[in-house]
Design a protein around this ligand. Sequence first.
Ligand SMILES: [Fe+2]
Length: 289
Amino acid sequence: MSVSFKDWPVNKQFMRILVKPDTWLLNPVTMDMAATRSYVVEGSEKAMVIDTLQEDLDIRGYIEQCVTDKPLVVASTHSHGDHTENNTFFKDCPIYMTEKCWEEIQAMKKNGNIQGWNAPADYTPTIIKDGDVIDLGDRKIECLYFCGCHAESSIVYFDTKYGCVFTGDEFEGGQVLVMRPTGNNCIELYRDNLLELKKKLAGRATCICPAHNGAPIDIAYLDYMIEACEQLMNGAEGSTDPFSMTWGLNPHGWDAKHVCDENTRRFEYKGCSLVYNCKRIFYKDCVEN
Ligand SMILES: [Fe+2]
């Protein structure tokens, strides 16, 4: 049964945790491990909200009342509604996202409610691409293209001041859902994405800040995940049971079963978990479409 927290006092609707100086993780009051998290990154001139969530909560009110009085900008990691639905409450602010993200949000709006997501595409975003820098004053945020395996619209944000990498759903501690069923999406592509990200970060990153299942994660996890992919590419096999305590079995969460089929597997390695299609390991396994 879902519970509405919208009538709670605004300052009780989230709990904030300091990840790095001037860098806040916002936990929604639902306190579900799998619940989508938001971040606020403060610079000397502006504060950036990374993902505005879908929760029935007053995230803007909380940020303005409890976190920062700086002018706000929004950055979306990818189009999925649990990350972007509340962008509508920031439509007077710059809202950064990839071109693909905006295309997908518009498509969701056109096609109606998808997976419980509504897509109020009632704002004009600022389109970003790989290499762009969002200037918060004394803090610069690099936009790093990540050829999305979870979502085609993904981009990663890198805080050059404290070394935080904001990955959305392309990297997280519960399970990365490498499940985009089209194009060249496969474990080899995901591995190559991680190698490319590692090259772009060039030893500058200190931690990973994902949207689900806890943060921050030590940057060493990036190497572990690359190894996990290579284990699969070398013939390791995942479990036919893809679920975990925060995905598929979560009594408060979204029903994951309908996105699984007989080829869905779960692979765990050094604390990294991948949910993937066992018929899509290499590029050569993928049929272009
Ligand atoms: Fe997602």
